[in-house]
Structures are given as structure tokens and as C-alpha cells.
Design a protein. Structure first.
Length: 256
């Protein structure tokens, strides 16, 4: 059980982050939800999650595109036994048309935020004598697709950072690993469907089956519960010697 552990999940008011928060809370962890929005709904999500699983759940606002706010999130949480770096955005365009400000935002949110949170979180893990860093990378951290240069660079980058953190903590009761999901039907993926449907003159259902899941041999989306369950496994004693590696949850994508 993760009872007594505090888990901070960046970018967790929707999608995979929220799913991971639920599974960690189900396993007994107290959780800190985060986004940059700070709405009543965000606070209610934490309240409901805490009540559902009988744990302490808080919402802390911090913009993961800003290094100082990343570090503040960890400090404000007061404890950081489990750090899940999940916040992420996507933008799709050919590299010669890719807006420079989108490149900067994606590198900041999908990669640099994890540098700042890990830098702030590791000393707290060391003090507690136990820690888990779980980075939500992607199949795109291991392989590429056209038109996603910033995302793929950031995801390959976070896989490299995961290995480095694992080596720097190798002799301590701390592990660092990356989960590499294939496609999960979250707002991030759903938002890409209408444009793709227009582009290929297809229905949205056809886009899901023929375009998105084309890469995923199982022909099924992974679920946020499956990503959360993988995170819970990485936090378990069974995974204590698993460090510096990636676990794919991608229906066979990276086996192709
Ligand atoms: P999502 O859009 O549902 O969630 C993204 C989360 O990040 C939201 O909670 C949002 O509030 C938060 N966020 C965005 N910008 C932020 C900022 N500046 N500061 C703080 N929080 C911010 O998307 P998702 O699919 O759940 O994605 C979560 C992670 O999983 C991302 O890192 C994504 O790259 C990764 N991933 C997703 C898929 C997929 O198929 N959905 C596949 C592989 C990896």
C-alpha cells in the first residue's frame, strides 16, 4: 500500500494525469493535483477524489511552462514521495512551418518542467528515505512520426533525463522510470480528430480507426486506468530494482 506517501502529479485535472492520480489514491497515496487553471472545478476534482478513495487530496495551481512555478509546486506540497511528471501539450505542423513559440512552450511544459520538479523533489525524497519518479513520456519518446518535431524531441529528451536521474539515485531507495503510452483517448488526442477528419475527408470514427490506431497493432486505445496501474506498479516494492528504463503501454506500437 502507498498509505502515508504523497504523490504529486503535474497536469492532472484531466486525462492521464487525473487517471494516474485516481489509481495512486486507490492504492492509498495522498495526492496533489495540478494545472495552471485554478478553477472551482479543479478544487472540486481534488475534493471528490479524496472522498472517493479516503485519502488527502489537494489541488495546487502552478504553470508548468515556468520553472519557478514548477519548483514552487513541489515546495507548496510539503512532501514529495512520488513525483509523476505528466503535464504535456501537443502541436502538429511541418518543421518549416512550426511556430517557434509552440516549440518553446512544448519543450518547457513537456520536458523542462520535469527538470525543475525533479530538482526540487529529489532532496525531499532523500530526506524521506524513499522516492519514485514516474515520467509520462510516450511511444513518441522511442520512435517518431512526421509533423510532431517539438513533442518528439521533448519526449525523447525526457526518456534521456529519466535514465540520468536513475543513475544519479542508483545507490539510494529512489527509482526513476518513464511510462511510454501509445494512444489514449484523452482531450489531447480528441482535439486532433476534427482537423484530421477534415484533412482526409473522413468521419471522426474513421479517423480513430484508420489514422490514429493505424500505428497501434492492438487496434485499441490504452486507458488512463492502465497508465495509472503501471504507475502504481512502478511505486511498488516489486519494482524497487526497476530504474532508468521505459515501460511501453502501447498495444504493440513500438514492436513494429
Ligand atoms: P490532456 O490534455 O488531457 O492533459 C494534459 C494535462 O496537462 C491537463 O491536465 C492540463 O491541465 C495540463 N497542462 C497543460 N499545460 C499545462 C501547464 N502549462 N501547466 C500545468 N499543467 C498543464 O492530455 P493527456 O493525453 O492526458 O496527456 C498527459 C500526458 O500524457 C502528456 O505528457 C502527453 O504527452 C502524454 N501522452 C498522452 C498520450 C495520449 O494518447 N493521450 C500518449 C502518450 C503520452
Amino acid at each position: 500500500s502507498l498509505k502515508g506517501k504523497t504523490a504529486i502529479i503535474t497536469g492532472s485535472n484531466s486525462g492521464i494525469g487525473l487517471g494516474v492520480a485516481h489509481e495512486l489514491a486507490r492504492a492509498g497515496a495522498d495526492v496533489v493535483l495540478n494545472s495552471f487553471t485554478d478553477t472551482d472545478e479543479d478544487h472540486k476534482l481534488a475534493e471528490d477524489l479524496g472522498r472517493e478513495h479516503g485519502v488527502t487530496a489537494r489541488y495546487i495551481k502552478a504553470d508548468m511552462s515556468k520553472g519557478e512555478e514548477c519548483r514552487h509546486l513541489i515546495e507548496a506540497a510539503g512532501a514529495c514521495d512520488i513525483l509523476v511528471n505528466n503535464a504535456g501539450i501537443q502541436h502538429v505542423a511541418p518543421i518549416d512551418e512550426f511556430p517557434a513559440e509552440k516549440w518553446d512552450a512544448i519543450i518547457a511544459i513537456n520536458l523542462s518542467s520535469a527538470f525543475h520538479t525533479t530538482a526540487a523533489g529529489l532532496p525531499m525524497m532523500r530526506k524521506a528515505g524513499w522516492g519514485r519518479v514516474v515520467n509520462i513520456a510516450s511511444a513518441h519518446g522511442l520512435t517518431a512520426s512526421p509533423y510532431k518535431s517539438a513533442y518528439i524531441s521533448a519526449k525523447h529528451g525526457i526518456v534521456g533525463m529519466t535514465k540520468t536521474v536513475a543513475l544519479e539515485t542508483a545507490k539510494e531507495p529512489i527509482t526513476a522510470n518513464a511510462i511510454c503510452p501509445g494512444y489514449v483517448l484523452t482531450p489531447l488526442v480528441e482535439s486532433q480528430i476534427p482537423d484530421t477528419a477534415k484533412k482526409y475527408d473522413m468521419s471522426e470514427e474513421e479517423v480513430k480507426e484508420k489514422v490514429i490506431l493505424e500505428r497501434q497493432p492492438s487496434k485499441e486505445f490504452a486507458t488512463v486506468e492502465q497508465i495509472g496501474g503501471t504507475a502504481v506498479f512502478l511505486c511498488s516494492d516489486a519494482a524497487a530494482q526497476i530504474t532508468g528504463t521505459t515501460i511501453s503501454v502501447d498495444g504493440g506500437w513500438t514492436a513494429l
